[in-house]
Design a protein around this ligand. Structure first.
Ligand SMILES: Cc1cc2nc3c(=O)[nH]c(=O)nc-3n(C[C@H](O)[C@H](O)[C@H](O)COP(=O)(O)OP(=O)(O)OC[C@H]3O[C@@H](n4cnc5c(N)ncnc54)[C@H](O)[C@@H]3O)c2cc1C
Ligand code: SF4
Length: 461
């Protein structure tokens, strides 16, 4: 019976209105909508949704609790496996994970697990619930480098096991990409990120900001002078890539990371802040991932006409389907199968355009996607005054270059085993610092795995 109920849509801000403000796009579910959607779940005996969740959230159990209106119980069940449900409910690529595996998706529409998780996460925060079930202090100290999802998840699990955990964060606010990368209109900072970071703090985890590991302190000094028995490195992948084409050093070219950090962390979109951010009138964002969509939608909200330039086709766009859909609704233009060949400058040293070439899809490459091939003689110019490069990121080499015995691979990522052990005894790592740019939930999964490995290592020591 339950499968006959159509998927409950989540209410959203009108695209024409939201394209000019930074308020959250999606309103999420009301309690009534959440229970209605929960009633669609058929409570599979072998829940494929759960197998597809990188942190193993007990999805049917929490949905069952939500169905009977026991939202506190639903929150308790989620808290066993995730400390960031309001965040994950908003930004996880559910369509390729839990919802992608949901049995209802075979013939119809999957349960909207993401919006249910978001509702429960928000309800839990609004009702000041805490699930601080933790072991007695065991007297051992673990340092965590970076306060993104990997570091927060690792710190949460270790604190629950009784360890004293201290996070060292380079920026002045905790949260990693959740704070400095993903915009306010997708992930509100005060209402969601800050409150979920605070729930980690309430477990006794200490967070020291403005500490650059590799400069202010080193991994060696943390272990030798500050007597941390183990270290987890969750320093992410914040080093932007550029194309290496002519004109990339003109005024008006920025990396998506810098553009978004100024807008989000430094609040350039808010008139009360002095952070400078040059947006211009016409902006081209090069790339097709979530980061490109965020940069494009941010520039749009700041008043520019925006286009995305992506070298493959719609099918290969790496961004979440929902983000592409929202970007189109907000009036972002898409130049697909198009690649920049040069950034064009005027006499003043500022960008005046982007020279592009049309692409065709050839044979599949190592990633399994058909590789784009330039169509000879198809160059054309797009008039823009700002170009934002969103071509991916790699880990910053600062920590690996200041820590002996810590190996990196040819992509600059830390070498680590599946459980997170690096090539240096007592030092573990996970998240984007190991995999390169990936997702919030994979980073959290890696943080949790490493927490178990650190516990085993310290028990043996
Ligand atoms: C704009 C943008 C949008 C995204 N959208 C999505 C999305 O919708 N869904 C999704 O699942 N994923 C998304 N991602 C990817 C996701 O955010 C990352 O995969 C995830 O945050 C990685 O977590 P992490 O903990 O490994 O690293 P990060 O979140 O990068 O956190 C690393 C932290 O370490 C700190 N740090 C770095 N070096 C040092 C040092 N030397 N000393 C001290 N601290 C240091 C950094 O300041 C940072 O706070 C997006 C990424 C970006 C940039
Ligand atoms: S696979 Fe879908 S229907 Fe089955 S338990 Fe999970 S959410 Fe419910």
């Amino acid at each position: 019976m339950a499968t006959k109920i159509p998927r409950t849509p989540a209410r959203e801000q009108d695209p024409a209105v939201r394209a000019a403000n930074f308020e959250e796009v999606c309103y999420g579910y009301s309690a009534h909508e959440a229970t209605l959607e929960a009633s669609r779940c058929i409570q599979c005996k072998k829940p494929r949704c759960m197998e597809a969740c990188p942190v193993g959230i007990k999805i049917p159990q929490f949905i069952h609790a939500a169905l009977s209106g026991s939202f506190a119980e639903a929150a308790r069940i989620i808290a066993q496996d995730s400390s960031l449900p309001a965040i994950c409910g908003r930004v996880c690529p559910q369509e390729t994970q839990c919802e992608g595996a949901c049995v209802l998706g075979v013939k119809g529409e999957p349960v909207n697990i993401g919006k249910l998780e978001r509702f429960v996460g928000d309800w839990s925060m609004d009702n000041n619930l805490t699930f601080a079930e933790k072991a007695a202090p065991n007297g051992r100290r673990v340092a965590v480098v970076g306060s993104g999802p990997a570091g927060l998840a690792c710190a949460t699990d270790l604190a629950k096991m009784g360890y004293y955990v201290k996070i060292f964060e380079a920026l002045h606010k905790a949260g990693g990409v959740l704070e400095y990368g993903i915009p306010e209109f997708r992930l509100p900072k005060e209402r969601v990120v800050r409150r979920e970071v605070d729930s980690v703090r309430r477990l006794g985890v200490e967070v020291e900001t403005d500490v650059v590991v590799g400069r202010t302190v080193t991994i060696d000094s943390l272990m030798e002078d500050e007597k941390f028995s183990a270290v987890f490195i969750g320093s992410g992948a914040g080093l932007p890539k550029f194309m290496g084409i002519s004109g990339e050093n003109l005024n008006g070219v920025a990396s998506a990371n810098e553009f978004l950090t100024r807008a989000n962390l430094m609040k350039a979109y808010d008139r009360r802040y002095d952070t400078p951010l040059y947006v211009g009138k016409r902006v081209a964002v090069v790339g097709g991932g979530n980061v490109a969509m965020d940069a494009a939608r941010t520039a749009k909200r700041l008043g520019a006409d925006v286009c995305i330039v992506y070298r493959r086709s719609e099918k290969e766009l790496p961004a979440r389907v929902e983000e592409v859909h929202h970007a189109r609704e907000e009036g972002i233009a898409f130049h697909l199968l198009t690649n920049p060949v040069a950034v064009l400058g005027g006499d003043s040293g500022w960008v005046r355009g982007l020279r592009c070439i049309r692409m065709a899809l050839g044979e599949p490459d190592a990633s399994g996607r058909r590789s784009p091939v330039a169509v000879a003689g198809s160059e054309f110019d797009v008039e823009v005054d700002v170009v934002i490069m969103s071509l991916g990121t790699s880990p910053n080499p600062l920590i690996s270059s200041t820590t002996s015995g810590l190996e990196v691979n040819r992509r600059g990522c830390l070498v680590a085993t599946e459980s997170g052990a690096t090539t240096r005894t007592g030092v573990f790592a996970g998240g984007d610092a190991v995999t390169g740019a990936a997702t919030v939930i994979l980073a959290m999964g890696a943080g949790r795995t490493a927490a178990r490995a650190i516990d085993e290592y310290l028990r043996r020591k």
